[in-house]
Design a binder for this molecule. Structure first.
Ligand code: ADP
Length: 622
């Protein structure tokens, strides 16, 4: 395409944004990115989940001549992406191993004839020499508008999404040097970014780095009550009951077994919950994912195997029953909530046993020592986040190298500030109890010794004779458990893999024992009060819905959406997002022109669904 003037590009991009996507304005950096790529420039786009990355390549794809090729590792989701584009009136298709030869031939011939505007391709397909030859033919006859490389962090071997084929994608630049490339990812850290640039030869690409803040997500971390069996389940159910009675959400667990047990338990309690992990049969996984995407209010209980590329916009909560391995993981997983920009919750409950088992898992793995070291540091950063009393939005952003003014009013610590206390004396007792008992016992026994309980184990090891026996009677068992958790999380104690997870002192414990440094800990007793606090009181994630939830029109509009989605076998949000229906309830348009002014109603959707929704809206007025 010949270069267009800036003002022409700008007016075409706005027009297309409005006509095709039904949006009145760009978000954040979208406009600059779209215009840069439409003008033939290469780009590296770092934007948080929900930031609106798709539009950054879809819009220039429509503005430039030829077909756009989108490389995506997410075969299972290509269908939905293509469905969504077709709903917008865009000629889109995908090519991957799920299709039979005839289907693939049909799409290939449509590609060559120039009929298609956007084609999603799996990396292994793209790299086949026959496909590259086909692309050369296409370039000569109809042109290639651009290459979009989605989930670009898959080139990084450090992340758990590593895809070796991604490293060969430099072939695109070598064979098609004139075609602009746009690489996109929601993984923010600097090393990954550098690796993407290097591995994809994007040294000359302009980098667009958006703020990674997700202001609509409320972060909360609760402490598990170790004294109570299954306390996490009780906490989870309270959270669901109060805040997400009918919402779609994801619950992350560490192990496959826990995924299955939790899903079963939730089902037995009447929740519409499904399991998802890599050990399930592919057909079960696909079916569960499909239900999660296509139905309303389904809860997915999953390992981290679930989630990449899930673009369901109205996931209202992400809960963690086990801690993730790093801040990157936590951010990525929680980021799947609230892509539509409406209020959403990131909720986690964790306790000492999580810290111990996660550390043990890292230590006992077969990774080389250097890698383990990196993983330990990443876990420590996450634990610091869990234990912190500061603004959680601020901590997350600082981790990714960004400033945040703090006091977000969207995290537990800002909504209900936590007390800290001078725990130096208690820490000394706790640490010295570890030392005196030989650095090989777990927390339950250590607390028994501090509380002076003459249990059989205490007698067996003659621990009632120790100077630390009974010195901690003034403090409750629950408080001791909180002290130990924080000492482990803070790196004063570590679990000894060889001693079956018994605790031992680290270097950091020395100055504390020698009374050379103070230890300040968070006061966990606050947790009980916090339960009834603003953060916990509930229904907050539904604030945006509260106004409409008593309005019958909201439900009739949703029913109409479900009916249309079912007829076409697509997820309801592909017809219209919740935000579009909310706006309809609030503005009550009564003509096609008025409907066309609602955000998310482009020309194709107006033509297709305008009348059906108008009928519902008019009936509501009469
Ligand atoms: P990402 O891929 O970055 O996670 P998406 O491309 O899925 O994000 O976009 C997130 C949501 O925001 C989608 O529902 C999309 O339709 C919506 N969106 C994107 N750009 C705009 C815009 N300019 N105006 C309104 N909504 C937008």
């Amino acid at each position: 395409m010949s270069l267009m003037s800036n003002s022409t590009i700008s007016s075409i991009s706005h027009q297309t944004l409005h006509d095709v996507f039904g949006y009145s304005s760009f978000r954040g950096e979208q406009q600059a990115i779209v215009e840069h790529v439409a003008n033939g420039g290469d780009a590296l786009v770092l934007m948080p989940t929900g930031g609106g990355k798709s539009l950054c390549y879809q819009l220039p794809a429509l503005m430039r001549e030829g077909v756009a090729i989108v490389v995506s590792p997410l075969i299972a989701l290509m269908q939905d992406q293509v469905d969504a584009l077709q709903q917008l009136g865009v000629k889109a298709a995908f090519l991957n191993s799920s299709q039979d030869a005839e289907e693939a031939r049909d799409i290939t011939s449509r590609l060559i004839s120039g009929f298609l505007q956007i084609v999603y391709v799996a990396p292994e397909r793209l790299l086949m020499s026959s496909f590259l030859r086909l692309l050369e033919q296409i370039q000569q006859h109809v042109g290639i508008a651009l290459f979009a490389i989605d989930e670009a962090h898959c080139v990084s071997q450090w992340g758990h999404d590593f895809r070796p084929e991604y490293r060969k994608l430099t072939v695109l630049h070598e064979r098609f040097p004139k075609v602009p490339r746009i690489a996109l990812t929601a993984t923010a850290d600097a090393p990954t970014r550098a690796e993407i640039v290097e591995r994809l030869s994007l040294e000359n690409a302009r980098q667009f780095v958006s703020s990674f803040d997700r202001p609509n997500i409320r972060y909360r971390v609760l402490q598990k009550d170790n004294a109570q069996k299954n306390s996490a389940r009780a906490q989870l159910e309270t959270f669901l009951d109060l805040e997400h009675a009918n919402d779609a959400g994801i619950i992350y667990c560490l192990s496959r077994r826990k995924v299955e047990e939790t899903a079963e338990w939730l089902k037995s309690r009447g929740w519409d919950a499904l399991p998802y992990h890599a050990g399930l049969d592919a057909s079960v996984r696909n079916q569960n994912q499909r239900r999660f995407l296509r139905e309303e209010g389904v809860i997915m209980v999953a390992t981290v195997a679930f989630g990449m590329g899930i673009d369901k916009p109205n996931v209202r909560f992400v809960a963690h029953l086990d801690i993730p391995k790093s801040m990157e993981g936590y951010y990525q997983e929680t980021g799947r909530a609230g892509r539509d920009g409406l209020p959403a919750n990131a909720w986690m409950t964790y306790g000492l046993s999580d810290v111990v088992s996660m550390r043990q898992m890292l230590d006992s793995g077969d990774a080389p020592e250097e890698r383990k070291q990196v993983e330990r540091q990443k876990l420590d950063a996450l634990l610091g986040f869990c234990e912190s009393t500061g603004c959680r939005h601020q901590i997350i952003l600082r981790y990714f190298g960004e400033q945040h003014p703090s006091h977000c009013e969207e995290c537990d610590n800002c909504l209900t500030p936590v007390d800290t206390w001078d725990a130096t004396k208690a820490a000394q007792m706790a640490l010295s109890c570890v030392y005196r008992t030989g650095q090989r016992f777990g927390v339950v026994h250590l607390i028994d010794v501090l509380l002076g309980k003459p249990t059989p184990k205490v007698r067996q090891f003659n621990h009632e004779k120790l100077s630390t026996f009974g010195i901690g009677k003034a403090v409750s068992q629950q408080q001791w458990s909180s002290v130990y958790r924080q000492l482990v999380a803070g790196g004063f104690l570590e679990s000894d893999v060889e001693a079956y997870g018994g605790l031992k002192l680290t270097e950091a414990a020395r100055p504390v024992l020698r009374n050379e440094s103070e230890v300040w800990l968070r006061r966990d007793s606050e947790i009980d009060k916090r339960k009834a606090s603003k953060a916990e009181r509930g229904n907050r994630a539904k604030e945006a819905y509260v106004a409409v939830s008593n309005d019958p029109l909201w439900y009739t509009l949703k029913d109409k959406r479900t009916e249309l989605a079912k007829q076409q076998g697509v997820p309801p949000y592909v017809i219209f997002h919740d935000s579009t229906l909310l706006e309809m309830v609030n503005r009550r348009p009564v003509s096609l022109v008025e409907i066309s002014r609602i955000s998310g109603v482009g020309q194709a959707k107006l033509d297709r669904y305008g009348d059906a929704f108008l009928e519902v809206l008019q009936a509501a007025v009469n």
